[in-house]
Ligand binder design. Sequence first.
Ligand code: SUG
Length: 439
Amino acid sequence: MRMREFQFDGLVGPTHHYAGLSPGNLASQAHAGEVSNPRAAALEGLAKMRRLYDLGVPQGVLPPQPRPSLSLLRRLGFHGRDPHVLSKALAEAPELLHAASSASSMWAANAATVVPSSDALDQRLHLLPANLVSLLHRSIEAESTERVLSRIFADTELFRVHPPLPACDALADEGAANHSRLVGERGVVHVFGWGRRAGSARPERFPARQTHAASAAVARSCALPESATLLWQQRAAGIDGGAFHTDVLAVGNRNLLLLHEHAFVEPEALLTELTQRLGSDFRAVLATDRELPLADAVAAYPFNSQLVTVPSGKMRILAPLEARENARALEFLERVRAEQPLVEAVEYLSVNGSMKNGGGPACLRLRVPLTDAESGRLGARVLFDDALEASLRGIVQRRYRDRLQLADIADPALVEEARVALDELTQALGLGSVYDFQR
Ligand code: SUG
């Protein structure tokens, strides 16, 4: 049966702002405190979805999550009515207010790990939400993610939505941002990049967000046979250079893998192993640090492109504009196109509002391979088309601000605006009342 890879993008939320919440994510640090434009960022995201849809790549939408999370602030001891909770948090612990208000669920590559039914031992599609325990603002995503995915993938005969792994440091999991599914003539390999494990080299400057134990548990839970699983360590130097997820330095699709030499330890051994398992049609393009210095790769995000198969069977690279503006990154992507006849074109699109927080095109989407039977059994109305685009655009235009400063986050009016927007968005997506404030 035909299986196609759907791109489920996280829609940027109305509280999108730059709070410098992610150590080791150089863009997040560099843009902390800048004024954001949630409306423009959400429209960039919708324009990206439109482009994929026009290319014939099936596209889905995941809603923003309710932010600010007043329930987080109350759990942290701020009591009273909403305005009081917000002003007290702003005065006493602004970092907690910003964590409670981050629109970080837009980076859907971190929402979950996905294993298609064709690869799972029980022949169901598995989705395992990431616990994201490394950072407070991201850890609060897991609960809503599980709820939203359970609505969309509600049919338990076909789909299995797991609970996130237990929320502890030893099982820190960042989802599909550290996972890549490759398919060759000989088989399928799921590559899980992990950053730390007792006894292994660790980054010195920045945190390794994914543990080996978490990757192994995700692969097991999602019923992946061992023969299709490959756990490989991220290179500490890459993490220390700002590659907090593997998708900052590598991207794969079917039988093609693009990677930087600092993405993984022993890249040559990895490629040999992949060739053995996938077969002789496996192709890789490796950028050495000489060709593309790590600092350029991290600043311009050429590997955080979407590498997608279009209906003709060829592939296309959808890269961030920043990668065209960086000469080394541009040359690398041009080399990929010139050397790989599989790749019909490279195109560049603007997701700058997200990039300034360290999220490129690939961060904004969760890949979900679905058979026609499975895509016909999705709950909700989350598949992108003209009508959905028009209603989402309308809500964003009407309800989102075009300017947010850090202090605006404590504005009680923003809480109300965000609720109205999310209420309308979740209705447009046919998700019903999915969040606590709607019940
Ligand atoms: O987790 N940025 C996100 C970016 C996630 C990118 N995702 C992938 N690589 N797949 C993060 O670091 C910054 C928020 C702030 O600073 O306001 C942030 O959370």
